[in-house]
Design a protein around this ligand. Structure first.
Ligand SMILES: CC(C)(COP(=O)(O)OP(=O)(O)OC[C@H]1O[C@@H](n2cnc3c(N)ncnc32)[C@H](O)[C@@H]1OP(=O)(O)O)[C@@H](O)C(=O)NCCC(=O)NCCS
Length: 214
């Protein structure tokens, strides 16, 4: 007997401009190594300006959302060519924030200042492994959408799109203390490339066939 999908079953679709505020909101609600980060910063949009805004602005075709009962409950964003992304981030993304979020010009002390510092350092994305893993991604799901296979499905969707762009590999960074995400990435085939002050950097080849996850 074929099983009927439950009504309102969550589904993945391409990002649309009207999803922007929901995506920004999910970013901050899950931005503290997977936990809620809203209490950490005074500017609720700052984290989104770092981790989702530039992707929605520069590579919207590589952004996908998870929708459940008409509500966006998760997303994945990515860049196919990180080096090009970083260059365009400087010329097309940062100028949009120049007036509202100027660089600090001194050491960062508060969580807001640390994020502002990250915002103005897109070159941090230039992994030494770009030749093998030219693309990178960020994925975040609200708690109620986690643990049901949607994370794997979102990464599969993005990797199909990256493969269509000609990418051969994708990398990402994850905080040391985000043990849940680290377990997830290891389970779906990411392996460790290197570690630095910001966390563990992982990579996965984008395979053509014979791979369950991608
Ligand atoms: C991390 C995250 C993206 C994972 O997505 P998810 O939807 O919860 O994970 P899935 O249900 O798709 O899991 C896919 C597979 O990984 C496995 N898995 C998930 N977490 C795991 C863990 N910690 N250890 C081992 N395996 C794990 C699942 O069992 C599942 O296995 P299967 O496909 O073989 O059955 C999601 O939990 C999330 O958004 N967390 C908050 C934000 C965050 O931390 N983002 C990452 C920042 S780097």
């Amino acid at each position: 007997m074929t099983q009927r999908p439950r009504e309102n079953m969550a589904s993945i679709r391409a990002y649309q401009p009207q999803d922007r505020s929901a995506v920004y909101d999910i970013c901050v609600r899950t931005g503290n190594a997977g936990a809620d980060a809203r209490h950490l910063t005074s500017d609720p949009d700052l984290r989104g300006h770092v981790y989702v805004g530039p992707y929605l602005h520069l590579c919207a075709g590589l952004a996908f959302v998870l929708e459940d009962a008409g509500e966006v409950v998760g997303y994945v964003v990515g860049a196919d060519d990180t080096a090009t992304f970083v260059a365009r981030y400087r010329t097309s993304w940062l100028p949009r924030l120049a007036a509202s979020h100027p660089p600090l010009g001194r050491s960062s002390l508060t969580p807001d200042e640390c994020l502002l510092d990250v915002l103005h350092r897109p070159e941090r994305l230039l992994s030494p492994y770009l030749a093998e893993y030219p693309s990178h991604l960020h994925i975040n799901l609200l708690p109620q959408a986690q643990g049901q296979g949607h994370g794997r499905a979102l990464i599969t969707e993005l990797c199909h799109a990256l493969r269509a762009c000609g990418s051969r590999g994708v990398h990402l960074g994850v905080a040391y203390r985000n043990t849940r995400a680290r377990g997830f990435y290891a389970h779906i085939g990411f392996h460790e490339l290197y570690r630095d002050a910001e966390g563990v950097h992982l990579g996965r080849r984008i395979l053509v066939q014979g791979d369950r996850g991608l």
